[in-house]
Design a protein around this ligand. Structure first.
Ligand code: 13P
Length: 253
C-alpha cells in the first residue's frame, strides 16, 4: 500500500516571510488530514525558515535542487548536507525547468540522486516528455531512457527510498493537464519498467507522482488512476487553501 504524497514545488516564488507564513497556514489546514504525506519545496533562502515553521506540523520540506559535491569551489551551488542542515528532508531532482534552462541531463540526475542518498534526503526524481516527443509517439522511449540513465546503478532497495514524478512538459504551467487516461497510461508504463528493472516488489512500492497543472478540481480523477500516487504541484501549491484542498482530495477512499 503506497501512501499518497502531495508535494508543492514553489519554484522561484515566495520570500522568506511569505514561505514561513504559508507553511504555518498550511500546517493548520492539513493538521487533521491523515493518510497523505505533504511536502513543500521553497527556494533555498526560505528553507530554514520554512522548516522551522513546519516543526510540529505534518509538512516535510524539500529543496528544489542540489549539487553532488559536499563542499568546494562551486559558486552558486548547494550540497545535500547543507539542505539537510537547513531542515530539508526531501529534494526535487531533474525538474524539466532545470533540464531545459540549466543544462541538466540524466547523467547529472543520476549523480544528484546519489548525493541525496548520501545526505539522507529523499529524492523526488522528475521525468517526462515534451510536446514534440509526444506528438512523435516517443513518450515511452523518452521515459525509458530517463529511467534507465537517471536511475543507473541503483538497486531495488534504493528505488523504494525515492519518489518518481511524471511531469509531461507540455502540461506544466499551461493549464493543460494530462487526461486521467493519459496520466494513467504513462504511470502504468513507468511502473512496468520499474518492476522489470528493479524487481516487482520495489516497483510496486515506489511512489509515482503526477505533475502538470494539478488543481483542486482535477486531483481526484488523477489519483483515482491505479498507478498515480499523488501530485507534484506548481502554481496551485502557492495558495495554502487551494493546496490543502488538493491534499484533502488525495486521501485514500
Ligand atoms: P504547474 O502545476 O504550475 O503546472 O507546475 C507543475 C510543476 O512543474 C511541478 O513541479
Amino acid at each position: 500500500m503506497r501512501t499518497p504524497l502531495i508535494a508543492g514545488n514553489w519554484k522561484m516564488f515566495k520570500t522568506v516571510a511569505e514561505a514561513a507564513a504559508a507553511v504555518r497556514q498550511l500546517g493548520e489546514l492539513v493538521s487533521g488530514v491523515t493518510g497523505v504525506d505533504v511536502v513543500v519545496a521553497p527556494t533555498f533562502t526560505a528553507i530554514h525558515a520554512a522548516a522551522q515553521a513546519a516543526s510540529g506540523t505534518r509538512i516535510g520540506i524539500a529543496g528544489q535542487n542540489l549539487y553532488w559535491e559536499k563542499e568546494g569551489a562551486f559558486t552558486g551551488e548547494i550540497s545535500g548536507g547543507m539542505l539537510k542542515e537547513a531542515g530539508a528532508a526531501w529534494v526535487i531532482i531533474g525538474h524539466s525547468e532545470r533540464r531545459a534552462l540549466f543544462g541538466e541531463t540524466d547523467l547529472t540526475v543520476n549523480r544528484k540522486i546519489g548525493a541525496a542518498f548520501a545526505s539522507a534526503l529523499t529524492p523526488i526524481v522528475c521525468i517526462g516528455e515534451t510536446l514534440d516527443q509526444r506528438e512523435r509517439h516517443e513518450t515511452f522511449d523518452v521515459l525509458d531512457t530517463q529511467i534507465r540513465q537517471g536511475l543507473e546503478g541503483l538497486t531495488g532497495n534504493d528505488l523504494v527510498r525515492l519518489v518518481i514524478a511524471y511531469e509531461p512538459v507540455w502540461a506544466i504551467g499551461t493549464g493543460r493537464t494530462a487526461s486521467p487516461a493519459q496520466a494513467g497510461e504513462a504511470h502504468a508504463h513507468i511502473r512496468t519498467r520499474l518492476r522489470q528493472w528493479f524487481g516487482a516488489d520495489a516497483g510496486d512500492q515506489c511512489r509515482i507522482l503526477y505533475g502538470g497543472s494539478v488543481k483542486p478540481e482535477n486531483i481526484a480523477e488523477l489519483i483515482a488512476q491505479p498507478d498515480v500516487d499523488g501530485g507534484l504541484v506548481g502554481g496551485a501549491s502557492l495558495d495554502p487553501k487551494g493546496f490543502a484542498e488538493i491534499v484533502r482530495k488525495a486521501r485514500p477512499a
